[in-house]
Ligand binder design. Structure first.
Ligand code: BG6
Ligand code: MG
Length: 219
């Protein structure tokens, strides 16, 4: 019997080391607005949409803004973020991710992207990993941001796999909550205290071995 599961990967901070670029770009904006913005605050921005991220920052500084101001800040933040990606190549893939993608592909599994980012596709191109993906759902495709499960439910639908046969890799609290809300297996990549709601937690992909991946396929 062949088992085909859907393995759904978040992008920023899971596949590629872009979480720090988002942080740097938001930090610059916060600084300009005189708002204190720490790595702890940043955990609340991980996985959530660009617009929601701005609102969280403005709330931190108790700042009311017009739509025009918000649009300008969103544009400026994204321009700065994109400037960090100009020279991006495969060297920015996080350790162990390629081996994991290869193993799943060689074992006939579906691989999907489930990201809040509207910049996901160019990043997959720049890092040359687009061919691994059977389905891509990103910030351009969904109306409800994580922790809403929409992004992951759409991803599993695209490969015709049930949510309970889907596995999500996430580095954000909002993403782990979205996977749990979708009734998928949630695997946290990062700090076990921060990601404690995940079913399994690993510091990075180098610590996920083939035996574990095989157990997910056979479950
Ligand atoms: C998520 C990131 O993947 O995408 C967030 O964790 C980011 O930090 C969000 O704000 C939206 O990304 P973008 O590229 O559309 O601004
Ligand atoms: Mg992420």
């Amino acid at each position: 019997m062949t088992n085909k599961k859907a393995f759904i990967f978040d992008l920023d901070g899971v596949i590629v080391d872009t979480a720090r670029y988002h942080y740097l770009a938001w930090q610059k904006l916060a600084q300009e607005l005189g708002i204190e913005f720490t790595p702890e605050h940043n955990e609340h921005l991980k996985g959530v949409s660009r617009i929601r991220s701005l609102d969280i920052i403005l709330d931190l500084g108790n700042i009311q803004a017009t739509q025009e101001e918000k649009d300008k800040w969103l544009f400026d933040k994204n321009e700065l973020y994109l400037s960090y990606l100009v020279d991006m190549d495969q060297s920015e893939l996080l350790p162990g991710i390629i081996d994991t993608l290869k193993f799943l592909k060689e074992n006939g599994q579906y691989i999907a992207l489930g990201s809040a980012s509207k910049n996901a596709r160019p990043i997959l191109e720049k890092t040359a990993i687009m061919p691994y993906f059977d389905a891509i759902v990103d910030g351009n495709d969904v109306t409800n941001a994580k922790p809403d499960p929409e992004v992951f439910l759409r991803a599993c639908q695209l490969v015709f796999v049930a949510p309970e046969d889907s596995i999500v890799f996430e580095d954000s609290v909002a993403g782990v909550q979205a996977a749990n809300a979708a009734r998928m297996k949630s695997i946290g990549i990062g700090d076990k205290e921060i990601l404690h709601e995940a079913e399994y937690i690993f510091p990075d992909f180098t610590t996920i071995n083939e035996q574990f991946l095989r157990s997910l396929i056979d479950a």
